[in-house]
Design a binder for this molecule. Structure first.
Ligand SMILES: NC(=O)c1ccc[n+]([C@@H]2O[C@H](COP(=O)([O-])OP(=O)(O)OC[C@H]3O[C@@H](n4cnc5c(N)ncnc54)[C@H](O)[C@@H]3O)[C@@H](O)[C@H]2O)c1
Length: 343
């Protein structure tokens, strides 16, 4: 991969999340926002004003703005259905792309985008901001230390009473499509395993304020014989989990818990006799804090890779596996059958 020192960025899709992206790069050395794109020009103008980006070329067509501004990087913050268009247009014009999750609205489109990235020789990576949290890094490190032995089982619970009041209230598969990509991607990151198959059940609980299924339970078979179970709902009042899920990891010699925030604990077996064997607490080693977390973490990792010819942590060839988990879970819920996962 050729190294790139000049970072000329076009940001496409100037809606809610774009502001997180622009905050994350406000003082990034050598980076200029050279263009802003939105189908609704007013949104691009509003962002230009809020972030004082008077130098940015404004337009409604991503290809045109890339050409007029001389960009070599595109940040894609558009809606999921537009990700394929923005990514293909950007790659075609020689730009590296970092795009919002989910990679694409369908697996067929995701495969086209991956092929285009490989053909272009440019980087295409996806925003999976939950990989860049101090908690997940420490939890992953604990499992990697092998204190609890080889991982056999991973459980994630996600329970929030989320009253969005917008498009999500009418959206089909709202939890699986809009949120579970984060949790499924976390499961892959934590376990280091890839998905093999899934059985999923989706439903809309009585009293739900959503029009379609807002709850789901999924059982994934992963590589290395690991079973990952996910229980989630956006329609669960009280005793909310974090947005990062509550996790239980079971290994051959012990168990580790992570609440999705700062709380990590675990026990390993030390005894060899008795009905419940004697145990001790796991040792938590010091793990250096991340220099940038969440959106800023993914963006800094991506830009560093562009500048130094490296492969980003959330590269599309890896991320498509998390997307495949979402679409296979939806297919399983729709057919009532276990689905083999292909990507
Ligand atoms: N990673 C996260 O934690 C996180 C959080 C929120 C949203 N998101 C994702 O970010 C993306 C955007 O979400 P949002 O909440 O900002 O939505 P939004 O509706 O607020 O903004 C999307 C913007 O994209 C524009 N747009 C649509 N199609 C376009 C196209 N072809 N070209 C140019 N502009 C176009 C729309 O006019 C709108 O201004 C989605 O993929 C969403 O899933 C991720």
């Amino acid at each position: 991969m050729k190294k790139q020192s000049q970072l000329n960025v076009v940001l496409a899709g100037c809606g809610g999340i774009s502001r997180n992206w622009l905050q994350a790069v406000e003082n990034y050395p050598g980076l200029t926002i050279v263009g802003l794109v939105d189908l609704n020009r007013e949104n691009a103008l509003a962002v230009q004003q809020s972030f004082q980006l008077s130098q940015a070329y404004i337009g409604t067509d991503v290809g045109h703005v890339i050409e007029e501004s001389g960009a070599n990087i595109v940040f894609d913050c558009t809606v999921p259905e537009a990700h394929i268009h923005v990514t293909l247009e950007a790659l075609k014009r020689g730009c590296h792309v970092l795009g919002e999750k989910p990679m694409a609205d369908t697996m067929a489109n995701a495969r086209k985008m991956l092929a285009a990235a490989q053909q272009s020789g440019k980087l295409y990576a996806v925003m999976q901001n939950r990989q860049f949290l101090d908690g997940i890094v420490r939890f992953r490190q604990l499992l990697a230390s092998q204190q609890i032995g080889a991982l056999t089982t991973l459980n994630a619970d996600f329970y929030l009473g989320a009253h969005f009041g917008g498009f999500r209230d009418q959206m089909e598969h709202v939890l699986l499509l809009d949120m579970a990509i984060h949790s499924f991607d976390q499961a892959r990151y934590i376990s280091g395993a890839d998905p093999v198959s899934v059985y999923c059940h989706e439903w809309n609980p009585a009293g739900s304020w959503y029009q379609h299924d807002a709850s789901a339970v999924a059982i994934f078979e992963m590589t290395n014989g690991i079973i990952f179970t996910y229980r989630g709902s956006w329609c669960a009042e009280g005793m909310n989990t974090t947005w990062e899920c509550g996790w239980r990891a079971i290994g051959e010699r012990g168990t580790a818990l992570w609440d999705g925030g700062d709380d990590i604990s675990g026990e390993v077996v030390t005894g060899t006799e008795g009905f419940i064997r004697e145990q001790r607490l796991v040792e938590l080693s010091d793990v250096p804090k991340l220099s940038h977390t969440g959106h800023a973490g993914v963006i800094h990792n991506f830009l560093d890779c562009v500048q130094h010819g490296k492969i980003p942590q959330t590269i599309c060839t890896d991320n498509i596996k998390s997307l495949a988990m979402v679409h296979a879970a939806i297919e399983s819920a729709a057919t009532g059958k276990k689905v083999n996962i292909r990507y």
